[in-house]
Design a protein around this ligand. Structure first.
Ligand code: 4GX
Length: 267
């Protein structure tokens, strides 16, 4: 049986930017193992004029140039013909903000056509007729959509079944668990006097799992408290948080036994 591959088609005036990207790490392995299909189409190939121009001056005046509609429209239509069931996305700061949920959504689609604009922007009529979705990779300004396309392809690829080895599965990712990841350690046991926590050397897998979950919770609490608002806690996670509450209450109670002034509200 022929297995369906996730199809990524990038539309760009700089297709060579993607050559090194296709050639390394998990992306390369996913292509080699036929889990994904990836290609870059040069928008300039769809410019009809002698000089293959892809930009022009903005109507209404002002500085900067605008990406012309016709070459990009030609490239989009060519890509849609190659991948009729793929979703066509434009990289733009005005788009939906890319995150793990959106990566998951794209990973369960048949493919993505990623249109990369350059210059001050793309002729508005491209979005009107040819784009299914606009995506931003974050609130900062890039010189073009290419790096954004790579980020999306990178994050989506590792969610395609069979692209990660079992040793680096996506299940324990922060953002799948809703928590930041626990700390990682490897050899040597002592690095410049800094020791690996004893629990990790204990061989007690239940204790190790619990320590990892607890450090995940602590890190999330200290660095990204906002993530708790987006996550439903497991009974085990609730137990750990309740234990902290009791520990903190005990610290405060012990202070009161010592007759601490600060507890009675005195300055
Ligand atoms: N997340 N940019 C795109 C040109 C442009 C402007 C408007 C289409 C419409 C960006 C981001 C980003 C800069 C890429 C402007 N193209 N893309 N470019 N942030 O900043 O995705």
């Amino acid at each position: 049986m022929k297995v369906k591959r996730m199809n990524f088609i990038v539309l760009t005036i700089f297709p060579e930017m993607f050559d090194p990207f296709w050639k390394h790490g998990i992306i390369r392995r996913a292509i080699d193992r036929k889990k994904i299909f990836a290609s870059a189409i040069n928008i300039r190939d769809f410019a009809k004029d002698k000089h293959r121009v892809t930009d022009d001056r903005p109507y209404g005046g002002g500085c900067g140039m605008v990406m012309k509609a016709e070459p990009l429209a030609g490239a989009i239509r060519a890509a849609q013909q190659k991948a009729p069931s793929a979703k066509t996305v434009l990289l733009t700061p005005q788009g939906r903000c890319f995150n793990q949920n959106l990566a998951q959504e794209l990973a369960s689609s048949d493919g993505v056509i990623l249109a990369c604009g350059r210059y001050e922007g793309v002729d508005e009529r491209i979005s009107h007729h040819l784009i299914d979705d606009e995506i931003s990779i974050g609130d900062y300004v890039l010189t073009g959509g290419e790096l954004g396309a790579m980020i999306i392809i990178d994050a989506v690829t590792r969610l395609v079944p069979g692209t990660l080895g079992s040793e680096d599965s996506a299940e324990n990712d922060s953002f799948s668990t809703g928590l930041l990841e626990h700390a990682h350690y490897t050899r040597p046991r002592s690095f410049e006097g800094d020791e690996v926590p004893d629990v990790l050397l204990s061989g007690d897998h239940k204790k190790i799992e619990n320590w990892r979950l607890e450090t995940s919770l602590i890190r999330t609490f200290l660095k990204r408290r906002d993530l708790f608002g987006k996550k439903s806690l497991s009974p085990q996670e609730i137990d750990i948080l309740k234990k902290w509450c009791l520990d903190i209450e005990k610290i405060i109670y012990d202070q009161s036994l010592r007759g601490s002034d600060t507890l009675s509200g005195a300055q």
